[in-house]
Design a protein. Structure first.
Length: 587
């Protein structure tokens, strides 16, 4: 498929322009996708269960923090009996918290699993809607490596969303629960400074807010580039994986051409690009560590330093000092949730950006104004094909028209059972006509009216076979259960693949197991089995042995009820089919 620069720029703007599809729009996109998922009820049920567990855990932590007062006071008094009693209380509280933590860990995993199931299935459904995937592939960068967005990006988004959501809810509940404790401890705090009596109600609350707020602001400033760097790394990692996969899929051709050196250079270049992004990411993370680790170490003494004025004023016992320290630690942990999770938030934003823009681009494929064009393709109710005032351009307005094509006749009608060969000058890109007839190309002028869609089979030049048992490959894309073994075996025999008649349940990569000519015969068996009323071939016999071409054409000619349109230069087709010719001209 051609890569269209103008089209890339359209979707590139869609993808990166904040005013067009910013963070809030991304969230709305994915929330809408969630609301339409089939597992919405399961996720909501898990959410309610998790909320209940988090509330119970928070209450347990509140009780554990309150336990600090009698426990440390018993140590201060050297009261062994009270000390042992408080140990028993601790065992009960800790045991309950342990059970709650285990339950929450299980529910966390189930939530992540459900989120990934819903997100991945939704993306696959959107991607595999009729015509969307190939249209997206023609729009350049956004359509490159969709497997990365469907697999790795979707996994990251589901898992990180679950982790961050649970952490945010838990921190919010902890904040509400423990901020009251801090306020109560320091509600009457006052001190004298140079003869002035200064009262600061809730002194420890304000200290916690200032402390955590400062850390969060510094983290946000230092790590502001991380989301963009993470998104870029996802993209470059996907390109590296594609380079490796592409080389692996074409090892024989590369070896025969002695192209290992060239491939090695391309793959090494892809590795270099990835490493450069990782280097930038490493520097950003290192700079962020100055803030996160610095405040992390300071937090060891900060609660005691902040609570010490209240303690030294005689307003707290040693036990209540530890309660204050515990409450401050919990409040600070809740308030600094942002700084503690900044790297993960940056990762989440990158995954959200890539997945949401991918899903939006898929939805955009159904809009008629995705690119301005005067070419229309539609499926009619009659068994005929009409090409009217047709010219097909190699790209949107502004693209050079070389290799574009036109049909000189004002209107051409092809009826049921006809044999037609469409050829043209050497400079004409005939493949564009095939794509336009299939509704995969929208640049040009004129009208294409096709027969009912269910009656047409398009056979591209590059053969495709699903990774399935043989019976499913022969019946593709229909359900193989709709054909009995006799029908499938007969189709294989007529196509010249009698030797495979006993292997209907054999599961293979048929594009690797079979030679090129046998792959063409297997495609012929598919045509014979599905028996389309209209068959459109895009130079599908190119590269085959002359004997194989003749065998296939003779079998196809027996399909008297099927109209066969061959797009390409194939003299043998004219000889066997006695076909009518349509000659394409350059625009």
């Amino acid at each position: 498929m051609a890569q269209i620069t103008e089209s890339e720029s359209q979707l590139a703007q869609l993808e990166i322009d904040p005013s067009n599809f910013g963070f809030l729009a991304q969230l709305r996109m994915m929330l809408g996708a969630f609301w339409g998922t089939k597992i919405k009820t399961r996720i909501l049920t898990l959410t309610i269960a998790l909320l209940a567990i988090i509330l119970a855990t928070t209450y347990g932590q509140y009780r554990l923090n309150s336990w600090n007062a009698p426990f440390y006071d018993s140590l201060q008094r050297r009261d062994l009996d009270a000390f042992l009693i408080q140990l028993e209380v601790f065992v009960v509280i800790a045991g309950v918290l342990l059970v709650l933590n285990v339950i929450q860990a299980f529910l966390n995993q189930m939530m992540a699993l459900s989120m990934r199931e819903g997100l991945t299935r939704d993306l696959i459904d959107q991607w595999m809607k009729a015509g969307r995937a190939i249209k997206l592939a023609n729009f350049g960068a956004i359509g490159v490596n969709p497997d990365q967005r469907l697999h790795e990006d979707a996994r990251n988004l589901a898992e990180i969303t679950t982790s961050l959501s649970i952490g945010l809810v838990s921190s919010s509940i902890l904040l509400v629960s423990f901020i009251g404790v801090l306020w109560e401890i320091s509600a009457d705090f006052a001190f004298n400074l140079y003869g002035h009596h200064i009262a600061i109600p809730g002194y420890m609350v304000w200290a916690a807010l200032i402390y955590a707020g400062t850390a969060s602001l510094l983290s946000s400033f230092v790590g502001r580039n991380l989301p963009v760097i993470n998104a870029e790394r996802y993209s470059k990692e996907a390109e590296l994986r594609f380079s490796l996969m592409h080389a692996n899929e074409n090892l024989a051709s590369i070896t025969l051409a002695r192209g290992e050196g060239s491939e090695r250079g391309q793959i090494q270049n892809a590795v270099t690009v990835v490493l450069a992004v990782i280097w930038r990411q490493a520097l950003a993370i290192t700079n962020l560590t100055w803030v996160s680790s610095g405040f992390g170490w300071l937090t060891l003494v900060a609660p005691i330093l902040i609570a010490s004025p209240v303690y030294f004023n005689g307003m707290l016992s040693f036990g209540w000092l530890m309660v204050a320290v515990g409450a401050f630690t919990q409040v600070n942990a809740a308030l600094r949730w942002y700084i503690d999770n900044f790297r993960q938030i940056a990762d989440w934003k990158a995954a959200l950006y890539r997945v949401s823009t991918f899903r939006k681009a898929l939805l955009e494929m159904d809009k008629p104004d995705i690119a301005e064009s005067d070419l229309t393709q539609s499926y009619g109710a009659e068994q005929k094909m009409v090409l009217r005032d047709l010219s097909v351009l190699p790209g949107p307005p502004g693209t050079p028209t070389d290799r574009g094509l036109k049909i000189p006749e004002a209107e051409i009608t092809i009826g049921p059972g006809e044999r037609v060969m469409v050829n043209g000058d050497a400079s004409v890109n005939r493949h564009l006509l095939f794509q336009a007839m299939a509704g995969l190309w929208q640049w040009g002028k004129g009208n294409i009216i096709m027969p009912p869609q269910d009656d047409i089979l398009f056979m591209p030049q590059r053969r495709y076979f699903p990774d399935t048992p043989l019976r499913a490959a022969v019946a593709y894309p229909r359900d193989p259960s709709g054909f009995d073994d006799v029908m499938i075996t007969d189709a294989l025999k007529r196509a010249g693949l009698e030797r495979l008649a006993g292997d209907l349940d054999r599961h293979e990569r048929w594009d690797r197991v079979l030679e090129e000519d046998d792959q063409a015969r297997l495609r012929l068996a598919n045509v014979l089995l599905t028996a389309p009323k209209w068959l459109v071939l895009d130079d599908a016999l190119e590269g085959l042995e002359p004997e194989t071409q003749e065998e296939i054409l003779k079998v196809m000619d027996e399909m008297k009820d099927s109209a066969i349109i061959y797009i390409g230069r194939q003299e043998l087709f004219q000889e066997v089919m006695k076909s009518r010719a349509i000659h394409l001209q350059p625009v």
